[in-house]
Design a protein around this ligand. Sequence first.
Ligand SMILES: [Zn+2]
Length: 74
Amino acid sequence: MPAFTAIFQSMPDAPPRTACPICGKAVVAEFRPFCSRRCTDIDLNRWLSGVYAVPVTEDEEEDERREEGGDAVN
Ligand SMILES: [Zn+2]
């Protein structure tokens, strides 16, 4: 028996990804690859928070200037 046939036969009929990556529930076609709008938002928020998590150094500089320039007010 050819090897590839054995591979095909031994393959479990694993269904395509039908579980929501957020909560593991069944995926709804409308919100694919998620199960609901809520999980879509959760994933989006994770993504956005990662983007906006970049530290802003300009604010720190502004604070330092404010402290140093305290006696510069005339
Ligand atoms: Zn979900």
